[in-house]
Design a protein around this ligand. Structure first.
Ligand code: NAD
Length: 363
């Protein structure tokens, strides 16, 4: 069966999706939607799609696609996603899924009500390195999981890194650690603790970055407690240089460790240490690379579409469901809720559904 796609958002990431879809069997992009008529005509020409709309709801009513892909910036995820979901049309929405938990709740509720699938493009959910690491954990290769440490690739101010990269990392942490129960975090700005006066919009912090809502801080650290006693940690240290090979998670077990890296849109890699404690840097010779074989060459974006198609056909679980995307987002912005209360543990999911920085600004 070929899935007919109505595609929303013909910008940078939109084109990346459209290139992936052009090379994939089983998908046909039948219409494009963007508020910019210029973006519509450029993309339409490049990808050979002639049916154009400036409104997603109108596109859905006219074309009745099977799947709507939402590749706009975060502030514009909720509107097109809900318009499609309310009409019973499945949605693949870019990350982070929404500006705040209120929007995320409405997106999940719209999917539940119509029965349509909502999936968030946290594509490392289907990354072969992540899946192999999960198999190794299940097989007991590192004993019991004691701690999952999220690692980011830097190159952005921490506040922007939270919102733009955070959910990719927390999504993997969720898969390794299980259900998160609480978050405790601290956020710094220019050498001191963040105050309510330091809250700004993402574009104000970094004018060339994306509009992903309110942000604060240039460094942060947070700890998590997962059901069953596994601990988590994430660091946003504000290093100026981008380092793709730093991106992924470390999984610390009672009998060994895994260093899982998910660089770029390919699998990345896994390194295995057959003992729990690293010792001095001179002891590190017994880390070994895990051979992912042909899986290493697969493109995660294409895998995401294939897994979603299988879920729509009823043959697989939904990859990074709306619920998972929402929890991954709350693990990130919950750091602000904890920081505001001097680092106390804040229960997850968050009780206050406003963005913690909006709640803080409101007093
Ligand atoms: N999954 C990943 O690895 C990954 C990588 C890069 C970007 N992203 C995400 O992709 C999303 C888009 O980022 P980008 O850099 O491509 O943005 P962009 O600004 O390049 O493109 C956004 C496009 O959406 C259009 N648009 C804005 N509002 C709209 C609306 N209401 N309806 C229809 N179209 C609208 C704009 O005109 C523009 O063409 C962001 O959420 C970003 O975080 C994800």
């Amino acid at each position: 069966m070929t899935l007919r796609i109505g595609f929303v958002g013909c910008g940078g990431m939109g084109k990346s999706h459209l290139r992936t879809l052009r090379d994939l069997d089983g998908f046909d992009v039948v219409a494009l939607s963007d508020v910019s008529t210029e973006a519509l005509s450029t993309c339409g020409e490049e990808f050979g799609v002639a049916d154009h709309y400036t409104d997603c709801a109108e596109m859905c009513d006219a074309v009745k696609p099977d799947l709507v892909v939402v590749a706009t910036q975060t502030r514009h995820h909720h509107g097109p996603s809900v318009a499609a979901l309310e009409r019973g049309i499945h949605v693949l929405c870019e990350k982070p899924m929404a500006i705040d938990p209120v929007e995320a709740d409405e997106m999940v509720a719209a999917a539940h009500k119509s029965g349509a699938i909502l999936s968030i493009n946290q594509q490392n959910h289907v990354n072969p390195a992540v899946e192999r690491a999960l198999q190794m954990i299940e097989a007991g290769d590192i004993g019991d999981v004691v701690m999952v440490r999220g690692r980011n690739k830097h190159g952005r101010k921490s506040g922007n890194e939270f919102t733009e990269m955070g959910t990719h990392i927390t999504d993997i942490m969720l898969r390794m650690g299980g259900k998160p129960l609480w978050v405790a975090g601290s956020v710094m700005w220019e050498g001191r603790e963040v105050t309510a006066d330091d809250i700004m919009e993402a574009k104000e912090m970094s004018p060339n970055d994306r509009d992903s809502g309110p942000v604060a801080g240039d460094r942060a650290i947070a700890h998590y407690g997962f059901e069953g006693g596994t601990l988590g940690e994430i660091q946003f240290l504000g290093y100026k240089a981008l380092q793709n090979t730093n991106y992924g998670v470390d999984v610390l077990g009672s009998e060994g460790q895994l260093a899982v890296r998910v660089s770029g849109f390919k699998a990345g890699g896994i390194w295995h240490l057959p003992r729990p404690m690293e010792g001095t840097p001179a002891d590190l010779g017994d880390w070994s690379a895990v051979d992912l074989g042909a899986e290493a060459e697969k493109e995660t974006e294409a895998l995401m579409y294939q897994r979603l198609a299988a879920a729509i056909a009823g043959n697989a679980a939904v990859p990074a469901s709306g619920e998972a995307g929402r929890l991954a987002m709350e693990m990130v912005i919950g750091i602000y809720a904890s920081h505001r209360q001097a680092g106390v543990r804040v229960a997850l999911p968050l009780a206050d559904r406003r963005h913690p920085l909006d709640a803080w600004r409101a007093g």
